[in-house]
Design a protein around this ligand. Structure first.
Ligand code: GUN
Length: 294
């Protein structure tokens, strides 16, 4: 078997076209959705991600601001900066790019973001909502994986979903979303002995562990769907995922590439969350009745 390649760029275009229509509708009513991205320090990978987020916003006609603060920014300065964005009516979504410099307490900064503007969905209020019932802002990467599967007509209900990785950004929220979708979920991680025993049993395998090409074809059940969330830089400068693409492609039924798989979906879901934040402020959504949506 050779797997179908799931084209994250094409699926992103599909969702972005719909978001563009909704943005135009909001702008016509006098509200331009606005996203503020805050980056602290000089991490080159983070700088690329932040630039891509801003470009994507502008392409949809949203307002975007990037605030690059020096690496020496203190906790107090950063939280005061976030408070100003909380009070800014032109800003509907705030994203503080992670990782932050070691001297800064990430959690304290995330909790400073008003939950209605927390388009990353990382604050306790939104994470809690995700676990118990519905969150307005599901975290962008795992939500992008769900929308990708939905778009491809790949059902989760009744499937064994194995997630490799237990991060707050991907692994844990991914497990909650897969559970909600009716999957039977196993979460493995770097300390799981005999990982292959679990991955070989997955109908849907999500790799989000941050180790280049660690999931090889022999660890994949024939016919499984393989979703690669990893973005690793090889010594030659090329990007690769957590999955060894060539060997896994030979056994899976469908697989996402890196780049061009989950990555574009993450940014697309950030646009969706920002748009939803602006629609809520403009009164276009009944927040009480709302369930997780587009
Ligand atoms: N760093 C890597 N992924 C993310 C993300 O989804 N949001 C933020 N804020 N930082 C990140």
């Amino acid at each position: 078997m050779t797997a179908k390649i799931i084209d994250g760029k094409a699926i992103s275009e599909f969702f972005r076209a719909e978001y563009k229509l909704r943005t135009d509708r909001l702008v016509a009513k006098g509200t331009r959705p606005g996203l503020a991205v805050v980056i602290v320090g000089e991490d080159p990978a983070s700088q690329v991600y932040v630039r891509n987020k801003a470009k994507a916003c502008e392409a949809l006609g949203m307002h975007s601001e990037v605030h690059a603060l020096p690496a020496a920014t203190t906790q107090g300065e950063l939280t005061a900066f976030v408070e100003r964005l909380n009070a800014d009516a032109a800003i509907h979504g705030i994203l503080v790019q992670l990782p932050l410099p070691k001297a800064i307490d990430d959690r304290a900064v995330i909790e400073t973001i008003h939950p209605d503007k927390d388009v990353d969905g990382f604050a306790y209020a939104n994470m809690g909502a995700l676990v118990i019932d519905e969150s307005h802002y599901p975290p962008c990467t795992p939500w992008g994986v769900m929308k990708m599967l939905e778009h491809e007509g790949i059902a989760v209900e009744g499937k064994h979903v194995v997630i490799v990785g237990r991060s707050n950004i991907v692994g844990k929220p991914q497990a909650m979303l897969m559970l909600k979708a009716g999957g039977t979920v196993t979460v493995c991680h770097s300390k799981t002995p005999d990982l292959k025993r679990f991955t070989r049993d997955a109908d849907i395998l999500v790799a989000a562990v941050g180790r280049a090409r660690m999931i090889t074809g022999d660890m994949v059940k024939p016919g499984a769907v393989v979703i690669d969330v990893g973005i690793n830089r090889l010594p030659d400068g090329k990007l690769c995922g957590d999955v060894d693409f060539e060997s896994a492609k030979a056994v899976a039924s469908a697989i996402t590439p890196v780049p061009g798989g989950v990555g574009p979906m993450t940014i697309t879901m950030l646009l969706g969350n920002t748009l939803r934040a602006a629609e809520r402020v403009a009164g276009l959504r009944d927040s009480a009745a709302e369930t997780m949506l587009a």
